[in-house]
Design a protein around this ligand. Structure first.
Ligand code: NAP
Length: 644
C-alpha cells in the first residue's frame, strides 16, 4: 500500500504546441513555483514578476498579461528541457527555500510557525506524514484488539484508511446502503462542494481530474468510492447497519456496541475503541409546522431528495435559504412551473465567479504533469482560506455599529457584499431589501455565489416570499398574513439537527452515564474529540470542530484522525486497556473555548444559526486557528488522559 503522495508530475508525450496550449490555463503563481523546481533557479523568487497577496479564489496573483505570457514562455522552455533531460529535476529546494517559495506564491510573509504545517500539507518529499506508524506486530492484534468506526463518510473512511495502513483490526458500520456520508445522502439537484475541490480532497490522495473547481455531488461520491477501493477498506464496511447503542464495560475496558441491520435484526459487537465519524449534518430537520401531516401533495427534505417525483410544471415551495437551498433553487426553478422560495432570513454570499466553472483539459494536464504544480496549487488555495480571516471575525467592543457588523473590516465586507447584490438587482430594487441580511457577514455560514441565486429569484416563475409561515393546508402553505400559497410539492431545505451530536445513538459510559444526557444540546469534548467518563471513545467532527473561518473539514478530519491514531498506538504499544480524558483538562479547554467563541461573530445576538444551541451558545464551530489545532492534535499528550 502506498505511503507516498503521487504528485510530483508524470512524464508526458505532449508536443510543444499542446503544452503551450495547456499553459494558457495555468495559475501563474503556481507555475512560477514549479519553475523553481524545474530549473533549480532560486533567483526567480527575487525577480520582478511577483504575485500579489493571494485572496480567496484568486489564483492569478494579479499579474499583467505581459508578465503572464513571459512566465508561460519560460515554463514551456523549462518543461521541454525537463523532458529532454529524461524528467530529471535539479536538487530539491531545501526547507528554507521552500518557505521562501510559500511566501512568494501568496505574496506575503508566511509566518515561520506555519512552516511545518504547510510543509506537511505540501508533501513535497512525496511522503504522507499524517500516517501513523505502529510499533507493534499487526499479527499480534487479531484476537486482542478491535476498533469500531461509526460511519463511512469522509471522516469515517479516513479513519478506516489509517487503521488499514497501520494493520489495526477494525469494522466500519454504516447506516446507509452505500458509502460517502454527506455525498451519498445529499443528491438534490445542484448539489456541489463549496470549498475548492483541489483542496477539498485528502492530502494524500489528490485528484487531478475534478471536472469543475467546485464539483457536483456524483463526482465527490465517486472520489470517496475510489479511495475506499484503493485503500481496500470497502470490505470492512457493514452497510445498512445502524449503531443503536454502545455501553462501556468497565471490567473488560470494552465497548459493547449494539447494531441493527435493515431487517431489524440486532447484534452486539465488542470493540476496544469506538471512533464516531457520524458528522454534524446528517439528521435532517423538518420543522414542526402545524398542518404538515394534512398536506395532500408531496413533501421531502433536501437531503432525502425524491428523484421519483417529477417536478416538471409543478408548483413548488422551497422552505429555507441556506446552503442547500442556494444550490437547489436555481435547478428546481428550471423545472418547476412556479417556484415559491420561502425565506426566514437571507444569507450572505461570497462572490465567486469560478463557482460553476469547468476545469479545462489544459489545467488538468498541468496538474498531472508539471512537477509539484498540483501541490503548490493546493497551497495557493489553502493559504488565503487559512487563518488570515479569523481576526476579522472577532468582535471589536469599541465598534459603534454592532447591530450590523462587528468591526471595521467586517463593515467593509458588509458593504462589499451588499454592493455585489445591488449590482445584480438594479432592475429589481423591490428584491433588494429582502435579500440583504441585517446581521453581520460571516455570522452564519457564508455561501458561495456566481450570480445564479439572484438571477433565479428574478425569473418570471419564481417568487421570493419573506412573510412568516403560519400553517400548512392540504393544498397550500398559508402565511401569517393570510395568503394561501397553493403548491403541489414542498421541499424542506431546513437543515439538520446539528446540535444533537451522535443522536439518536445511546452511548453509555462509566457509571451508567449517558452521553445524550451529559450533553443535552450543549455538547462539549476536549479538542472536539474526547470526553471524560467515555474512555476509548473518540469523535471526528465532534463538538466545536466545524470550520467557518478557514481550511476544509477534510484538513480538520486529518488532524483528528492522526490524534486518534496516536491514542490507539499508545494503547497498543503500552499494552494499556483504556484512556480517558482528564476532567480538569476537559474543563480548562472548554473554558478557553467558551471565552474564544464568545468573542466571535457567530455568537452575535442578531444571528441564529445551526452553530448555536437553544441557549444561544456556539456549540458546533471552532474558534481556533488552524495552526493551533494542528499543533495540539499532532501528537496526543498522554498527560491529558487517565491511562489504565
Ligand atoms: P441551514 O444552513 O441550517 O439552512 C436552513 C434554512 O432553513 C435557513 O434558511 C433557515 O432559516 C430555514 N429554516 C429552518 N427552519 C425554518 C422554519 N421553521 N421556517 C422557515 N425557515 C426555516 O441548512 P442547509 O442549507 O441544509 O445547510 C446546512 C449546512 O450544511 C451548511 O451550513 C453547510 O455547512 C452544509 N452544506 C454545505 C454545502 C456545500 O458545501 N456545498 C451544501 C449544503 C449544505 P434561518 O436562517 O432563519 O434559520
Amino acid at each position: 500500500m502506498t505511503d507516498t503522495v503521487a504528485d510530483q508530475g508524470a512524464p508526458f508525450e505532449a508536443d510543444p504546441a499542446a503544452i503551450a496550449n495547456a499553459l494558457e490555463s495555468a495559475s501563474i503563481p503556481t507555475l512560477l513555483t514549479s519553475l523553481v523546481h524545474l530549473t533549480g533557479d532560486l533567483s526567480i523568487l527575487d525577480g520582478d514578476i511577483r504575485p500579489a497577496a493571494a485572496v480567496l479564489g484568486e489564483v492569478q496573483g494579479n499579474l499583467t498579461d505581459q508578465q503572464k505570457a513571459e512566465v508561460r514562455r519560460r515554463a514551456l522552455a523549462a518543461l521541454l528541457d525537463y523532458r529532454d533531460r529524461g524528467y530529471r529535476l535539479p536538487p530539491s529546494p531545501d526547507s528554507a527555500a521552500v518557505h521562501r517559495m510559500m511566501s512568494f506564491i501568496v505574496g506575503e510573509e508566511v509566518p515561520a510557525e506555519y512552516g511545518p504545517m504547510m510543509m506537511e500539507e505540501l508533501a513535497l518529499d512525496g511522503h504522507d506524514r499524517r500516517r501513523t506508524p505502529l510499533r507493534v506486530d499487526p499479527s499480534d492484534l487479531a484476537d486482542r484488539f478491535h476498533v469500531l468506526v461509526i460511519g463511512a463518510g469522509m471522516s469515517g473512511l479516513l479513519a478506516a484508511v489509517r487503521l488499514q495502513q497501520a494493520g489495526v483490526p477494525y469494522t466500519v458500520v454504516e447506516k446507509d446502503a452505500d458509502l460517502g456520508g454527506t455525498w451519498n445522502e445529499n443528491t438534490y439537484p445542484g448539489c456541489r462542494v463549496d470549498i475548492a475541490n483541489h483542496f477539498y480532497c485528502y492530502s494524500f490522495e489528490p485528484n487531478h481530474d475534478w471536472s469543475e473547481y467546485f464539483s457536483q455531488q456524483p463526482e465527490l461520491k465517486a472520489y470517496f468510492e475510489r479511495c475506499a477501493d484503493k485503500y481496500q477498506v470497502r470490505d470492512r464496511i457493514r452497510f445498512s447497519t445502524e449503531v443503536v447503542a454502545a455501553v462501556y464495560d468497565e471490567d473488560r475496558a470494552e465497548w459493547a456496541v449494539e447494531l441493527r441491520d435493515a431487517s431489524g435484526r440486532t447484534e452486539t459487537l465488542r470493540a476496544n475503541v469506538v471512533i464516531s465519524g457520524v458528522g454534524q449534518l446528517n439528521r435532517p430537520k423538518i420543522p414542526d409546522i402545524p398542518g404538515l401531516d394534512s398536506f395532500a401533495g408531496t413533501y421531502f427534505h433536501s437531503a432525502r431528495w425524491r428523484h421519483d417525483h417529477d417536478l416538471d410544471g409543478c408548483r413548488v415551495a422551497v422552505i429555507g435559504t441556506g446552503a442547500s437551498a442556494l444550490q437547489l433553487v436555481p435547478e428546481v426553478a428550471k423545472q418547476a412551473g412556479q417556484l415559491y422560495v420561502l425565506q426566514r432570513s437571507p444569507a450572505w454570499m461570497f462572490p465567486n465567479p469560478a463557482y460553476h466553472r469547468r476545469v479545462s483539459d489544459g489545467a488538468k494536464w498541468l496538474l498531472k504533469h508539471v512537477p509539484y504544480y498540483a501541490r503548490w496549487y493546493r497551497f495557493l488555495l489553502f493559504w488565503p482560506g487559512s487563518d488570515g480571516l479569523l481576526p476579522s471575525l472577532i468582535v471589536d467592543p469599541s465598534w459603534p455599529h454592532q447591530d450590523r457588523s462587528i468591526n471595521e473590516l467586517n463593515e467593509l465586507t458588509r458593504v462589499y457584499f451588499t454592493d455585489y447584490m445591488k449590482e445584480q438587482l438594479e432592475d429589481r430594487p423591490d428584491l433588494l431589501d429582502k435579500v440583504v441580511p441585517t446581521y453581520p457577514p460571516f455570522g452564519k455560514r457564508m455561501l458561495q455565489d456566481n450570480g445564479s441565486w439572484l438571477s433565479t429569484l428574478k425569473r418570471d416563475n419564481v417568487e421570493l416570499i419573506t412573510d412568516e409561515i403560519s400553517r400548512i393546508e392540504p393544498d397550500a402553505v398559508v402565511l401569517r398574513n393570510g395568503r394561501r400559497v397553493e403548491v403541489d410539492t414542498i421541499v424542506f431545505a431546513t437543515g439538520f439537527h446539528a446540535n444533537k451530536f451522535l443522536w439518536p445513538m445511546q452511548i453509555t459510559g462509566r457509571a451508567g452515564k449517558r452521553l445524550d444526557v451529559v450533553w443535552g444540546d450543549d455538547p462539549r469534548a476536549y479538542l472536539g474529540i474526547t470526553v471524560p467518563d467515555f474512555p476509548n471513545l473518540f469523535c471526528l467532527y465532534g463538538p466545536a470542530t466545524n470550520l467557518a473561518h478557514a481550511g476544509s473539514i477534510i484538513f480538520h478530519s486529518e488532524c483528528q484522525v492522526r490524534y486518534v491514531m496516536g491514542c490507539i498506538a499508545h494503547l497498543l504499544e503500552g499494552r494499556h486497556r483504556s484512556m480517558e480524558c482528564r476532567r480538569d483538562v476537559f474543563e480548562d479547554f472548554n473554558q478557553r473555548l467558551d471565552e474564544a467563541l464568545a468573542r466571535t461573530v457567530w455568537a452575535h445576538p442578531g444571528v441564529d444559526s445551526w452553530y448555536k444551541n437553544e441557549a444561544g451558545r456556539v456549540t458546533t464551530t471552532s474558534p481556533w486557528r488552524l495552526v493551533d489545532y494542528w499543533r495540539w492534535t499532532k501528537h496526543p499528550s498522554f498527560d491529558d488522559f487517565v491511562v489504565e
